[in-house]
Design a protein around this ligand. Structure first.
Ligand SMILES: [Zn+2]
Length: 185
């Protein structure tokens, strides 16, 4: 697993709640999340001074010192996606839609961590203190709303409906099942 920076611990439930708050600000009702529209149109409508940029590899490197697929810059209140990632996300490729949602995770979860994020996490770091683990959790919860995935009969149906990878569909499918079982006991 790719390791990020040490951040304040956040539980799966807390991250899920943050993703739900964002989802509930828009009239989605379990429909597929138009993640690029979210970045380009909806985010600027709810977050003052927010900007979204599309950068090619060279620009990414020049501004942020790395050729990242996506980047969240709290100081500039912006999210950027690399051109190829943006184009594939626009075509509906699950992995690239996930990258866009992952950056939104950094945006909403790690705004006040700019200082502490200087400490690189290691394999000893607990997953729930790792910035990448947290942003991935957020991305899953945002793209495949656990409150709705239970009505789909198969993982394939979830992947197709929500435009997510099979892996994301599998995790959310199992999580939804766990929640249903939890309620039954
Ligand atoms: Zn990240």
């Amino acid at each position: 697993m790719h390791r990020g920076f040490i951040v304040s611990p956040r539980s799966k439930q807390a991250i899920r709640a943050t993703a739900h708050r964002l989802l509930d600000a828009f009239p989605l009702g379990g429909r597929k999340v138009p993640v690029l529209q979210l970045l380009e149109v909806w985010m600027p409508s709810i977050e003052e001074d927010f900007s979204f940029e599309i950068l090619d590899s060279a620009e990414m490197f020049q501004r942020f010192g790395q050729d990242a697929e996506g980047i969240t810059c709290h100081k500039e209140n912006m999210i950027a996606l690399r051109t190829d990632v943006y184009e594939r996300a626009a075509k509906g490729v699950g992995r690239d839609r996930f990258t866009a949602a992952h950056e939104l995770g950094h945006y909403f979860l790690h705004a006040n961590e700019a200082q502490t994020m200087m400490r690189q996490s290691s394999f000893d770091t607990k997953a729930y203190c790792d910035s990448e683990w947290q942003a991935n959790q957020f991305a899953r919860e945002l793209l495949a709303d656990i409150r709705h995935v239970g009505r789909f009969p198969t993982m394939d149906a979830i992947a197709a409906h929500y435009g997510v990878s099979y892996e994301v569909a599998r995790i959310q499918f199992q999580e939804a099942k766990k929640m249903t079982l939890g309620r039954a006991i």
